[in-house]
Design a binder for this molecule. Structure first.
Ligand code: ATP
Ligand code: MG
Length: 427
C-alpha cells in the first residue's frame, strides 16, 4: 500500500511547533481584547458567488486560486480564500452593522491554489481584523498602531517595515487607470505576459509586477498620486499625522495596489526582508464600498489580515524558541499493583495544584526507563510510589534538577512539598 500523505501545500503543524503558534495566538487575542475588539467565527466554505462579487472577477484569487466545488445539490461552494467577504456577509445577515460600529477579529485557515513554497501554502492561516462604520483616518491609524504594538510585543519590530499608499476613490482611480493604460499601450509587447493580459482586465495590478522590464517601463508611467481626489488626499494626510504623532514610521509606496478589488483610500502592508520573496506579513486597507456592493447600506470599513505561517517563520528566524517542558511533576508507580495508587496521587495533585503540569507515567515500566522519561519531561520533581510506600501511605520525593537528598513523606505532605518546590523553581 502506498504511504498516505497530506495534500500538497497543506501542512501538519507538529507538537514541537505548536507552542510558538499558541504564543502568537495568545498575544493576538489578548491584544484584541485590550483594544475592545470582539471575535467572530465564520464558516470555512461560502457560496462561490460571494467571493466573485466581493473580491472581483478578474483578480488572481478568483481567476486561478480558489478551491471551488459543487456540493451534492449542485450548488457551487468555495473554500474561503480570505476572511473579509465572509465577515461582511455575516454582518449583513445578522444586522451587526445596523446602528452599530463593530470592531471584529477572526482567525483560521484560508485556502488558495497557489504554487507551494516557503511562506506560500495552499492551506494557510490568517488572523484578520475588520472594523465597520468608521470613515475617519483615526480608524485606519488604530489598526496600524495595534499591529505595530504586536510586532513590539513579539520582539520582531526591527524586522518589519510599514508601507502605505492611497488608492483614492473609484472615480479618481478610473481616471488614473485610463492614463496608465494609454501609457502602457505604447509598450504592450515589451510587458511580461501577465501584465499584457492585465492591460485589459486589471491594469492597476501591473504596478505590482515583479518583472524587471515591466518595472523599468513603469518608472515613467503616470502616478496614481497625481490623480487622487482631494478627500482621499486629506484622509491620507490625516492618517500620516496620526502615525507621526504616535511615532510609527512608514514608507509611502506609490506602487502598492493590493490584489483585491474592494480597496479604496488607504492600503498598507507590513513587509520584511527576512523571509525571501514572501515578505508581506500583514496587509490591509479601506473598503468603504464593499458592504453596499454586497447588498447592505453604505458603510465605511477598514481591515487587515496577517499570515500566521509567515509570522511563525519570522519568529523562528529571529528568536530562538525555548524548549517547552511537558511536566513540572512526574508521578512514577513501581511494581505491579502500583497504578491505582499512583493514579490517585496524580489526581490529588491535580486537585490541589491546578496550575502545575503533573504527568502520570501510564503503563509503568522499569525504574530506569521511568526515570529516563521523567528526565525527558523536564519535570523538576519525581514522586515515586513503590510497594513499601503504598503499604505505609508514603511517597518518595526525588529532585531531578538539583543535588538534594531524596525524602519520604506522607502523601498529604507531598502536596505541600511539591508546591514549595515549584514556587522555588518558578522564581
Ligand atoms: P501575496 O502578495 O504574498 O500573494 P496577497 O496580497 O495575496 O499576498 P492577502 O490576500 O492580502 O495576500 O492576504 C493577507 C496575508 O495573508 C498576506 O500578507 C500573507 O501574509 C498571507 N498569505 C496570503 N496568501 C498566502 C499563502 N498562499 N500562504 C501563506 N500566507 C499567505
Ligand atoms: Mg496572493
Amino acid at each position: 500500500m502506498s504511504r498516505l500523505s497530506a495534500i500538497r501545500g497543506m501542512n501538519d503543524i507538529l507538537p514541537e511547533a505548536t507552542p510558538r503558534w499558541q504564543q502568537l495566538e495568545t498575544t493576538l487575542r489578548t491584544l484584541m481584547q485590550r483594544y475592545g475588539y470582539r471575535e467572530i467565527r465564520l464558516p470555512v466554505v461560502e457560496p462561490t458567488s460571494l467571493f466573485k462579487r466581493a473580491i472581483g472577477e478578474v483578480t488572481d484569487i478568483v481567476e486561478k486560486e480558489m478551491y471551488c466545488f459543487e456540493d451534492r445539490s449542485g450548488e457551487s461552494i468555495t473554500l474561503r480564500p480570505e476572511g473579509t467577504a465572509g465577515c461582511v456577509r455575516a454582518c449583513l445577515e445578522h444586522g451587526l452593522t445596523h446602528n452599530q460600529s463593530p470592531k471584529l477579529w477572526y482567525a483560521g485557515p484560508m485556502f488558495r491554489y497557489e504554487r507551494p513554497q516557503k511562506g506560500r501554502y495552499r492551506q494557510f492561516h490568517q488572523f484578520g481584523i475588520e472594523t465597520f462604520g468608521q470613515a475617519g483616518a483615526d480608524m485606519d491609524a488604530e489598526l496600524i498602531l495595534m499591529t505595530a504594538r504586536l510586532w513590539r510585543e513579539l520582539g520582531i519590530s526591527d524586522a518589519v517595515t510599514l508601507e502605505l499608499n492611497s488608492l483614492g476613490e473609484l472615480e479618481a482611480r478610473a481616471a488614473f487607470r485610463q492614463a496608465l493604460v494609454k501609457y502602457l499601450e505604447q509598450f504592450r509587447t515589451q510587458l511580461d505576459d501577465d501584465s499584457q493580459r492585465r492591460l485589459t482586465t486589471n491594469p492597476l495590478r501591473i504596478l505590482d509586477s515583479k518583472d524587471v522590464n515591466t518595472q523599468a517601463i513603469l518608472k515613467d508611467a503616470p502616478k496614481l498620486a497625481d490623480y487622487l481626489d482631494d478627500v482621499s488626499k486629506a484622509h491620507f494626510a490625516q492618517l500620516c499625522a496620526h502615525l507621526d504623532a504616535c511615532g510609527v514610521s512608514y514608507r509611502i509606496n506609490p506602487n502598492l495596489v493590493r490584489g483585491l478589488d474592494y480597496y479604496n483610500k488607504t492600503v498598507f502592508e507590513w513587509v520584511t526582508t527576512a523571509l525571501g520573496a514572501q515578505g508581506t506579513v500583514c496587509a490591509g486597507g479601506r473598503y468603504d464600498g464593499l458592504v453596499e456592493q454586497l447588498g447592505g447600506q453604505a458603510t465605511p470599513a477598514v481591515g487587515c489580515a496577517m499570515g500566521l505561517e509567515r509570522l511563525v517563520l519570522l519568529l523562528d528566524a529571529l528568536l530562538p524558541s525555548t524548549a517547552e517542558r511537558d511536566a513540572d511533576v512526574f508521578v512514577i508507580g513501581l511494581g505491579e499493583g502500583s497504578s491505582v495508587a499512583a493514579t490517585v496521587l496524580a489526581e490529588q495533585l491535580h486537585n490541589a495544584l491546578p496550575d502545575a503540569r503533573i504527568v502520570y507515567n501510564c503503563g509503568g515500566g522499569s525504574v530506569k526507563s521511568q526515570f529516563r522519561k521523567a528526565d525527558k519531561s523536564g519535570a523538576s520533581v519525581a514522586l515515586v510510589l513503590g510497594e513499601s510506600e503504598i503499604a505505609s501511605g508514603t511517597v518518595a520525593v526525588k529532585w531531578l534538577r538539583e543535588q538534594r537528598e531524596q525524602l519520604t513523606c506522607t502523601q498529604a505532605e507531598a502536596i505541600g512539598v511539591v508546591r514549595d518546590a515549584l514556587l522555588i523553581s518558578a522564581q
